[in-house]
Write a protein that binds this ligand. Structure first.
Ligand SMILES: C[S@@+](CC[C@H](N)C(=O)[O-])C[C@H]1O[C@@H](n2cnc3c(N)ncnc32)[C@H](O)[C@@H]1O
Length: 207
């Protein structure tokens, strides 16, 4: 599905088709698991105490619900309308504001508006041609004094053939989040044992 979408010059159309096919019982969405990301939980974030969080590419909402449970006033968006429908259906009564939106053309009101921004596993699913724009768009959501969390697969020799998605991020791509007033606080490579992409980035930025 991804390959035919990309061959037609449509970098993101396959996400909606995949979620719709999955909802109809004809496909599986590999990242659609009920538990919040183990790499997000490992950060052991402090209580949100009403601070505003934004979850990029939220899918059916596993990480957005985690941040809301920690007390963040959470907005979560995805380009796929079916993913957003699934998020609302699976979490009835949720305090999360689930929104259909495009990272590459986001609402103007989101600029510098969030105390915590989570980018987990989305940029790596976008082809290199639009990656710089996607990275810049993520950083623009962070409010002064806010934090950006980037969680992503890291490149290894194993994926050097360039096949994907996903296309794991290079260190240069991680550093590229530090633009437009954002600065890198910390970056580390963590192990993800027993997975096909065994090395991951965990990076924190602030404005
Ligand atoms: C690999 S999935 C990761 C989902 C989620 N972050 C997770 O870790 O479970 C990538 C997600 O990004 C969404 N997405 C892709 N391009 C997007 C865009 N331009 N704007 C918003 N969401 C996008 C997809 O629909 C999909 O839900």
């Amino acid at each position: 599905m991804a390959a035919s979408s990309l061959a037609a010059g449509d970098a993101t159309g396959w996400f909606e088709r995949l979620y719709a096919q999955s909802r109809a019982g004809n496909a599986e969405v590999p990242w659609d698991v009920p538990e919040p990301s183990a790499h997000l939980r490992a950060l052991d974030l402090p209580a949100g105490e009403g601070r505003r969080a934004l979850v990029v590419g939220c899918g059916p909402g596993r990480d957005a619900e985690h941040l809301a449970a920690l007390g963040y006033r959470t907005t979560a968006f995805d380009i796929s309308a079916t993913a957003i429908d699934l998020a609302r259906e699976r979490h009835p009564g949720t305090p999360v504001d689930y929104v259909v939106a495009d990272l590459l053309d986001p609402p103007a009101a989101w600029r510098h508006a969030f105390d915590l921004v989570l980018e987990s596993n989305n940029v790596q699913a976008l082809p290199r041609e639009i990656r710089a724009a996607a990275i810049g768009a993520v950083g623009a959501f962070v409010a002064p004094g806010g934090t950006l969390i980037v969680l992503a697969a890291a490149t290894t020799r194993l994926d050097s053939d360039g096949s994907g998605p996903p296309w794991p991020l290079t260190r240069t791509e991680i550093d590229a989040f530090a633009t437009d007033g954002l600065r890198l606080l910390s970056v580390s490579q963590v192990a993800a044992p027993a997975t096909t992409l065994p090395t991951r980035w965990q990076a924190l930025f602030t404005r």
